[in-house]
Design a protein around this ligand. Sequence first.
Ligand SMILES: [Zn+2]
Length: 313
Amino acid sequence: MAESEDIFLRAKHRTFSGLTEEREWTGPFYFIQAADPQLGLMKAWRDGDCDGGGDEWAEEVQLTKQAVEAVSRLRPRPRFMVLCGDLVHAMPDTPFRVDQERDLKEALRGTDPSIPLVFVSGNHDLGNTPTPTTVEQYCSAWGDDYFSFWVGGVLCLVLNSQLFYDASACPQLKEAQDAWLEEQLSKASSASSTEPKPKHILVFQHIPLYLKSPEEEDDYFNLQTAVRHNLLDRFKRAGVKAVFSGHYHRNAGGCHGGLDMVVSSAIGCQLGEDTHGVRVVVVTANDVIHRYHSLEDLSARGMDEDLRKLLQA
Ligand SMILES: [Zn+2]
């Protein structure tokens, strides 16, 4: 990859330049999945003012730096690190937004250059009801809001879940993502001489399809029932192995009908009993095995030994 390339703008033209298009399976590898650094939420949450932008974010900057340092020290190195949305807390066009984005980028710059950063858009990054303008702002700061890439024979799809959640102010963008997604899924599930079949298909988005069960009630933290089942059906038909998400600020999820819905807690503010952390995801020929690691454990001991052994298979 070009050294002069902006590490925050690698997702362009619906693809990702941080990794070469590796369509062939070459053996087990791993990556890091993280979510919700959400600079500004910790103090806002303590103050009971979550609708405000959060006027302090030194804690989240520190936690992000800790995550980046721990991840950069891992050996072998992860193939990439994906941040599943809510990069910052301040909504588009509100006070502190620009400063939070600047400070997050500064913290992330410490990532080892051989570990590409993949960004996923969250509701705070785009607004709960995104508009063409807020989507455009996000794309010019962090790269495309949806795109695909190949790593080690695995097809990864990064989606803009806000277009599933509320596209009332940008219906054309929703339609465009839907059409693109359909094309990606149908190409992936119908191998041909020009389109090799991926070893696995993985999806990354901010809002979980569900937190525990596909049949659960709608709430703030999951996607609405109709859109959830629509996506579940399409993902299962195409053979998607796992969907990785954040947004909940707690670990959750569950495997139903062969599809693993993974909900990871936050680098930043915790809303449950988990600790600040990231998820280590090992991809083997047959499985995708993952475990949340606290930042403390990852800093002190690296990834769990049993996971590391899977890489030698
Ligand atoms: Zn969120």
